[in-house]
Design a protein around this ligand. Sequence first.
Ligand code: NAI
Ligand code: MG
Length: 359
Amino acid sequence: MKIAVLPGDGIGTEIVAEAVKVLNVLELPLELEEAVVGGAAYEAKGHPLPDSTLQLAKDADAVLFGAVGDWKYDKLERALRPEQAILGLRKHLGLFANLRPALCYEQLTHASSLKPELVAGLDILIIRELTGDIYFGQPRGRRTAVDGHFPGAEEAFDTMRYSRPEIERIAHVAFQAARRRSKKVTSVDKANVLETFQFWKDIVTEVHAQYPDVELEHMYVDNAAMQLVKAPKKFDVVVTGNMFGDILSDEAAMLTGSIGMLPSASLDANNKGLYEPSHGSAPDIAGKGVANPLATILSAAMMLRYTLAQPEAADRIESAVRAVLAAGLRTPDIYSDGTRKVGTREMGDAVVAAITGKT
Ligand code: NAI
Ligand code: MG
């Protein structure tokens, strides 16, 4: 099983190093190969996603990605900015399903912005479609308005758009994920206002006929935004379009307290995928050895579960993470009174020790 390891920028290198340590103690036939990406790749090779890095990612079974970006690249032209690397990888690898679990660990309920009883035991999975919607629809641009409220005025426009196959394949991902969980899917739309999302709702309903064992509910996005903070535990799998998913996944992330704990997966049609923490390169704390590596370590667990078909190994990592939290170890982002503050490396070492049984 070949894994492309792309640490990237900022804390990316620090947190990916810990995930690699964890993968290496599992005693699995994993072949890890590292390459530059993002700002680091721009410095070394003049492009945020060099051909050699892209080829490595294409040849691999899965990609373990850190994070890219730094303020110092803000003045570069858009095509050379670090963030283009992740967009390029999504495009060239055909990644269309973004899976973001929001899981609230028992010991961290205090870190949530909600009351502990609302989030204790929270375990939901947001599935965001990545290739369509208003983010990519054409035409888009600026022009002089010929109609509307202000004819003759300068205006800007985008196009919301989804094709049948795009909706069908993401619906299948959601129903299949629900089968491994509590068997409930909430499809989030705005069918009352948008034709695109009436189409979405119709097609998700059609696909549901193939999954009679899974419960399907439809919810308007404004109500979903409310329910996520009112009663988040009512959800299991949430599936939605690119823009609503962008917003709702960040909202769900905050229910759990720290972005340093949240993994993510982006899958293609064959369950190959790219795995990365939900957070960015955190230039404000880069190089200080204080970043929380658990989101990346948990991303490696998702990789074992979804792409490499090693659910037992994934379980071992996830149990080890629970064990170190139960033992009171905390990086600064999740620290509270009465726990033990540790750095990035010490946290990674503790997860390794919990897996190997050596403490
Ligand atoms: P960010 O997620 O990097 O940081 C937001 C805040 O969370 C910061 O205060 C940071 O210190 C903290 N934080 C993030 N990860 C943490 C961790 N593992 N442990 C402890 N604290 C953590 O988002 P921000 O600041 O908006 O963006 C910084 C850079 O990252 C930008 O260049 C942005 O474009 C890039 N970015 C890259 C992403 C990717 O590679 N997929 C995703 C999001 C942002
Ligand atoms: Mg976002």
